[in-house]
Design a protein around this ligand. Structure first.
Ligand code: FRU
Length: 424
């Protein structure tokens, strides 16, 4: 019998492993892999809403695309509640941190536009209330399909469950701005299967989200990356020699690391439109290393596949650690084997003095990395913080072979287009 991968003309593959030995090489505060300090006097995009995960409009090859000279970004967004009694503390002051920490439960997809690739103007909600089938609209990818302005927004419909979905609409421009029309019919694509990707029934803390569709530069087929966990009941995973890797004597103890089971998933489309998908085995697993490899995405450069994914300190397993930030892996072909960039995988982490300053980094093919500001200390002890919910300064990376280097810093939320499409 043919396996699914053979049926679709895709080479069967073994997932690459991010091992405990790789993660032992992570060095926080290495200046070449550390995001410059974000100052506490940052500007905010909006006093009405928090924004976090930022999704630039792009084409299927990954190029950040403007339309008729307008740059467009989509963001996960939630209202700020400075006057809501629910978010006032005992003294009647706005508890912004609690409001911010609650945002995931009410995340909605919004869009913004700009003539300059920064100073974003508020567009509004992409889908009207009631269109999306679940409570939460979580991260994904807006794809500009053609010069008629058609856009496929892939995203994650969460609570109940977690389903990768898409909704088609259109971007319309005028001299004065941009609007999104349509986005009325959400199509469910797939959910975790319990065989390759962990389900909610197997683990209440499962992750299955963040679709990133792309056209493979080599075989031209349509694929999709997403975040998952390796299938199996919580606690049943084995952290063996392969997952441990080549550790020095004294580093064999894996503690409770069997509970950390992140993976980068991949699916292949059976049709040209991306309405019909087949999940394939994960590209990369982090069993025994980390529980979350979020928002996976590619940069195709120098004939190589640069796979980036964001992760947290708190999701690392016993005995390994690293900063919140973006991690990366490189391979000569789509299905690997993938090798951690910079030896460890760490590409851009927060400085240890400001461990939560930014998150949800997205590496664009021009080497620019956008992220959002989470919280920045306002005093020397780090007990006072300022919550962000806004765009962080963009960072410039140089990607060379198996190494990356921080080489530049730009303005807040600077996401310049790589190409412009004139709409017909
Ligand atoms: C990353 C992330 C995504 C998810 C969203 C939920 O910041 O955790 O994986 O889609 O935020 O708010």
């Amino acid at each position: 019998m043919k396996t699914n991968t053979e049926k679709f003309g895709v080479t069967p593959h073994q997932p690459s492993l991010w091992t405990r030995a790789d993660a032992l090489k992570v060095r926080a505060d290495d200046p070449t892999t550390t995001q410059p300090l974000v100052r506490a006097d940052f500007p905010v995009l909006s006093n009405d809403v928090f924004i976090w995960d930022t999704m630039p409009l792009r084409d299927l090859d990954g190029n950040v695309t403007s339309v008729d000279g307008w740059s467009v970004i989509f963001t996960l967004t939630a209202d700020r509640h400075p006057n809501d009694p629910q978010y006032l503390d005992e003294d009647g002051n706005y508890d912004i941190l609690r409001d911010w920490n609650d945002r995931h439960g009410r995340a909605k997809m919004y869009y913004w536009f700009s003539r300059t690739g920064k100073n974003w103007e508020f567009g509004g909600r992409v889908m009207a209330e009631g269109v999306s089938p679940t409570a939460r609209e979580w991260a994904g990818t807006p794809i500009l399909l053609n010069d008629r302005g058609e856009v496929d927004l892939y995203y994650t419909a969460v609570t109940p469950g977690a389903t990768i979905v898409k909704v088609r609409g259109r971007v319309v421009t005028t001299e004065h701005g941009v609007s999104m029309v349509g986005f009325e019919k959400v199509k469910p694509l797939f959910e975790a299967d319990g065989k390759m990707y962990q389900t909610e029934a197997q683990n209440a803390f499962w992750g299955f989200r963040d679709p990133w569709p792309f056209r493979d530069p080599n075989d031209g087929k349509l694929y999709m990356l997403f975040e998952g966990n390796v299938a199996g009941e919580r606690g049943s995973h084995k952290v063996g020699e392969a997952e441990i890797g080549d550790v020095p004597p004294g580093y064999e103890d894996v503690g409770n690391s069997r509970f950390q089971t992140a993976c980068v998933g991949i699916a292949v489309a059976r049709d040209a439109d991306g309405d019909d998908w087949e999940m394939l085995p994960p590209l990369l697993t982090a069993v025994g290393v980390n529980d979350q490899t979020e928002r996976p995405h590619f940069v195709f450069q120098d004939g190589k596949y640069y796979l980036f994914t964001i992760s947290h300190t708190f999701t690392y397993a016993d005995g390994v650690t690293g900063p919140d930030g973006v991690y990366g892996f490189v391979a000569d072909s789509l299905f690997g084997p993938y090798v951690p960039l910079n030896g460890s995988g760490l590409v851009l982490g927060n400085p240890s003095s400001q461990p939560f300053q930014t998150y949800s980094h997205y590496v664009m093919p021009n080497g620019l990395v956008t992220s959002f500001i989470d919280s920045v200390p306002t005093d020397a002890t780090g007990t006072q913080i300022r919550v962000g919910g806004t765009e962080a300064p963009t960072v410039g990376l140089k990607i060379k072979g198996q190494q990356t280097f921080v080489v530049a810093e730009y303005d807040y939320g600077y996401i310049p287009p790589m190409l412009d499409v004139t709409l017909k």
